[in-house]
Design a protein around this ligand. Sequence first.
Ligand code: NAG
Ligand code: NAG
Ligand code: NAG
Ligand code: NAG
Ligand code: NAG
Ligand code: NAG
Ligand code: NAG
Length: 439
Amino acid sequence: MNLRHTLYLLLTCLSLTTSTILQNGQVRETNYPDTKIDASLYNFQSFPPNSTELSYKGRWDSKYISWWSAPGLKFGFTGDTVAITFGNHTSNGVLIAYRLSDLDWQFTNISTSSTHLLISPSTPGINTTYPINPHTLELRITNWAYGLQISSIHLAPSASLIALPNYGRKIEVIGDSLKIEVIGDSLSAGDLATLEGLSSYAFGLGEGIGETEYSITAYPGVCAADRQCWGNARGMVWQWWYTSDTSPRAGELYGGEPESWDFGREEEADVVVICLGTNDANEHNQVSEEEFVDAYRRLIMGVKGVWPGTKIVIVSLWNGFYANGNSYAQAGAFTQPLHTLYTTFNTPSYLQNPMLYNHTTNSTYTTNTPFEPFVYYFNTTGILNHNDISPLYHPTDFGHVKVASHLMAFFRWVLGWELRNGGRMVQSGTEYWNDVGEY
Ligand SMILES: *[C@@H]1O[C@H](CO)[C@@H](O)[C@H](O)[C@H]1NC(C)=O
Ligand SMILES: *[C@@H]1O[C@H](CO)[C@@H](O)[C@H](O)[C@H]1NC(C)=O
Ligand SMILES: *[C@@H]1O[C@H](CO)[C@@H](O)[C@H](O)[C@H]1NC(C)=O
Ligand SMILES: *[C@@H]1O[C@H](CO)[C@@H](O)[C@H](O)[C@H]1NC(C)=O
Ligand SMILES: *[C@@H]1O[C@H](CO)[C@@H](O)[C@H](O)[C@H]1NC(C)=O
Ligand SMILES: *[C@@H]1O[C@H](CO)[C@@H](O)[C@H](O)[C@H]1NC(C)=O
Ligand SMILES: *[C@@H]1O[C@H](CO)[C@@H](O)[C@H](O)[C@H]1NC(C)=O
């Protein structure tokens, strides 16, 4: 516990630095191609960040600064060139994943106040027009603590931006550090998911299920209860209502007064996955069971208040494993209270006369429109094994993929969703196998 605390504090003091990262004992390459250019040497057609053809994914604020985990930007374009100028609120050196249409993720580090050429006539696939027309550019930020600020988009002369329709379905994942990596790239350990937000189960679910919008309002160390937990000033019952997260970056820019999230800017989520409580359960944060349950209840009632049609999935907490004699056992946390929340929201007395929560007034209210059952329980017991958790308490890449796969199965068999990924890459860097056919 203390180790984790120390690491978290260390993290908040570190800026992006070049360091050795080990994955399975091998040095991880971080010398991604440098895409920075001198924009004055190019003849571009430029577009402002509020162009209506741009789709911002996840939460971006009024200054076009990104927040939370794996936020993105997507648009269609004509021509063979895409460059982007990033503003001074861009975290210097932040790693992004980007891709041309449905081709594989590429990676590059972005510098503050600079222009990067992401697509050019020599980008593989740029001359392919079938069956993808127009081409699209999508980028995602890998690290939860860092962000981009979009200043302008540049295309080839006389090329144009093309608006892309949103996919017709949307998932929201609300959570804490288990979705993403608390320590990330700041320490030279091989124990953490290699691409942070882009290795998380939340991304694996949202991206993997295919043709789905997703937003991951998750931040390492955060509690459900409105408490200072591992350096996060507020808990999710409060912070979920705001555009920015609980990072030091947000603290510097907005202090305790972040922009309210305008729910009118996005479509209602069809399903909200909540995975919170591991930090509340940690004795370091001193959150009682009663306070945790109250916060979780208000979060569910608040989400349902803004998105009346949504379904909510409570994820049970694995909370690590311990050696149990000559075997292993899952620790779990708040197992019974979370299950009781699920059953309580499904009682006829609640559904007939539902109580909701308004964050603005910080009070509950009742509606006289009955609800169909909308709260589900996703039992994670048995999905992970002790070696799917890294020595730094978080799922390994493999653990994240297992949780994502089981959630996809839950969406398919319990919620009735089709899987629609046509085969394009979800996780990058996971293609390792035995290439010796005969021994
Ligand atoms: C690029 O990002 C990776 C991952 O955050 C980091 O390890 C590396 O040091 C960065 N490189 C540069 C040149 O900023
Ligand atoms: C974009 O912002 C500019 C400058 O603030 C403004 O003049 C323009 O009307 C905005 N465009 C749209 C589409 O909102
Ligand atoms: C960032 O850029 C904006 C707009 O160009 C400018 O007003 C502001 O002073 C800059 N801030 C810093 C810290 O450089
Ligand atoms: C795409 O076509 C242009 C024009 O023919 C050519 O210059 C460029 O090399 C081609 N790009 C690729 C990646 O093949
Ligand atoms: C919450 O209360 C405020 C202030 O009374 C009101 O303007 C707002 O519409 C309410 N929100 C919801 C989701 O009911
Ligand atoms: C909201 O109300 C609860 C009691 O219902 C209280 O404990 C909490 O401090 C209030 N939060 C804020 C931000 O006022
Ligand atoms: C969750 O799954 C475990 C393992 O199958 C089982 O023992 C437990 O009863 C389940 N919990 C609930 C609430 O169904």
